[in-house]
Design a protein around this ligand. Structure first.
Ligand SMILES: *[C@@H]1O[C@H](CO)[C@@H](O)[C@H](O)[C@H]1NC(C)=O
Ligand SMILES: *[C@@H]1O[C@H](CO)[C@@H](O)[C@H](O)[C@H]1NC(C)=O
Ligand SMILES: *[C@@H]1O[C@H](CO)[C@@H](O)[C@H](O)[C@H]1NC(C)=O
Ligand SMILES: *[C@@H]1O[C@H](CO)[C@@H](O)[C@H](O)[C@H]1NC(C)=O
Length: 498
């Protein structure tokens, strides 16, 4: 501890006095209001009326600060496939850890998974002949601990391999391992093959900072991969947390922009969101490191799940795709064709018939009916970058040809002068405090009413939206400039202006 000098004491004192002074002002102001009447005249005549579009308000979702992984997506295990440490083995298995000491257990990742797109698995070697009574093994604390609730059922799925038969104990326990909330024995047959294990765990107690434990008492080697724990009561059985989705439903969003902003771009293209890697059986998804917001996601919440979420919310999906541009590297327009093809495939995945190449993949995932994607954003906040316009036009023309009804959103600002390229809408993103925002009220007054419409997006104004991040502290409010604070939400308010 350091001693406080006179100056340091002064600062809090002054702030405190300022605070009192301000509160005083506020009181006097409200007394004043109570004694004054104001008249507000509203001209509601039909010639001045403007029809408010059905789609005026909606949401901008971003995988930021665990809004998805650890947030609305109900998966409790973090780094379920041991992929987060990268491809060079042995790799870091964070946040997994061992139960027992180095003399009794040795764990290391290797490249022996049965899944070719996510080849890393965990090898656990039990070294003890006389293992401690509670067993030794591994545990996963999830995201800030798992919120295990009394009476609820949790579905465990994992892949195991062991040359010799073994009995594993899978349990839900408090963070120190002392309080056992649920426990099942999982017999593993001795084979050279991977086996899928499915078990239900019913909690007989509540602890919000629990962990998943997998332990053994027997000397030997067991491999693990793709360990998943989901509560059984997800929204419509679609994998989303029911209590958070009910809050989203209360907002009555008419559109959902996903999967994010910078999350779509990446610091580097190799770390950008790729829809193709995020579909199909969850076990086979490679996952990726979101290098803008600095965390790994297993991509359980993938392109299909976002489309499903839009449907479940009654919101029109707005698919924001990577246009070959990240924060630090760009694909030139001359080389963009494969990216354009990739986006056309994503639209076939969403909208194609169940017989089409990609529509059949969607159908196999459980949704034979197409998802009605009517809006796409060509990149995120990339206007002015070297290849933006060139790439934009390639995407625009290809999509216009194959899907004439899809409305395309440009990243360039058309509020003060007409855009120099064709677009149905343009993005206008606001990151500011409420005072500045109110001062911007005339921003669109002179904008042409016949050109592209605006997709307006505010970030950081409404503390209501921070709940996405704080799984365990819904409605915590962090004030302004949320986008640059570590408590930033993953969800903001969006509007389509008529
Ligand atoms: C304001 O309006 C209320 C309700 O009509 C009335 O009772 C009150 O006298 C008015 N106050 C002033 C200051 O005009
Ligand atoms: C949850 O577990 C922690 C760690 O053992 C313990 O301190 C806490 O009291 C437990 N909470 C409940 C509600 O039992
Ligand atoms: C291992 O899997 C292969 C292919 O699925 C199967 O043919 C074989 O019988 C399995 N072996 C054992 C021991 O289960
Ligand atoms: C899709 O497949 C079904 C049944 O296999 C067939 O009846 C239908 O004509 C096909 N539709 C298209 C558009 O190819």
């Amino acid at each position: 501890m350091t001693r406080m000098g006179p100056k340091q004491v002064l600062v809090p004192t002054v702030s405190f006095l300022l605070l009192l002074f301000c509160l005083g002002c506020k009181c006097r102001a409200s007394e004043l209001e109570a004694t004054q009447n104001a008249t507000l005249k509203v001209d509601a005549s039909s010639q001045l009326a403007r029809k408010i579009p059905d789609t005026l308000f909606g949401m901008f979702f971003e995988e930021i600060n665990h809004a998805g992984a650890g947030g609305i997506w109900a998966e409790l295990v973090s780094n379920r496939g041991f992929e987060a440490g990268g491809l060079h083995t042995p790799s870091n298995i964070d946040p997994w850890s061992i139960i027992g000491d180095d003399a009794s257990i040795f764990v290391a990742t290797d490249r022996t998974s049965c899944f070719s797109r996510n080849i890393i698995a965990l090898r656990m070697e039990v070294l003890c002949d006389e293992c401690p009574a509670g067993g030794i093994g591994i545990y996963n604390p999830g995201f800030w601990g798992m919120n295990i609730e009394d009476g609820k059922t949790y579905n465990l799925v994992m892949y195991v391999k062991s040359a010799e038969a073994a009995d594993l104990t899978v349990s839900l326990a408090s963070s120190d391992g002392l309080q056992k909330l649920a426990s099942v024995t999982v017999p593993v047959a001795g084979t050279s093959n991977w086996t899928k294990v499915e078990q239900k765990l019913i909690a007989k107690g509540t602890n919000r900072t629990s962990r998943l434990q997998i332990t053994s008492n027997k000397k030997g080697v067991v491999w693990f991969d793709q360990v998943s724990l989901m509560p059984s009561d997800t929204f419509k059985g679609h994998g989303f947390r029911t209590e958070l989705i009910s809050m989203l439903l209360d907002l009555k969003p008419r559109f959902l922009r996903f999967p994010g902003g910078c999350f779509v771009e990446g610091e580097w293209l190799r770390n950008a969101f790729r829809w193709r890697e995020s579909i199909g059986p969850w076990e086979e998804r490679p996952g990726h490191f979101g290098d803008v917001w600095h965390y790994w996601t297993d991509d359980g919440l993938g392109y299909y799940e976002f489309l499903q979420l839009s449907e479940d919310l009654g919101a029109a999906p707005i698919w924001v795709f990577n246009n070959g541009i990240s924060h630090n590297d760009e694909v030139s327009t001359a080389a963009i064709a494969p990216f354009v093809k990739d986006v056309l495939d994503s639209l076939e995945f969403a909208r194609g018939s169940a017989n089409s190449t990609w529509g059949s993949v969607r159908a196999a995932m459980g949704h034979p009916e197409p998802f009605p994607v009517k809006y796409v954003a060509i990149g995120n906040e990339d206007c002015g970058k070297k290849y933006y316009l060139g790439n934009y036009l390639k995407f625009y023309n290809a999509i216009r040809e194959s899907y004439p009804d899809i409305q395309m959103i440009s990243n360039c600002d058309g509020s003060s002068k007409p855009l120099d390229h064709p677009a149905d809408l343009y993005d206008f993103h606001v990151y500011t405090d409420s005072k500045t925002l109110f001062n911007m009220k005339g921003t669109f007054d002179k904008t042409s009413r016949t050109g592209p419409k605006v997709y307006l997006y505010f970030h950081g104004l409404l503390c209501l939206f921070t709940f996405m991040t704080w799984a365990r502290w819904p409605f915590k409010c962090f004030g302004i400039d949320l986008v640059h604070s570590p408590a930033s939400p993953g969800l903001s308010l969006g509007m389509f202006l008529p």
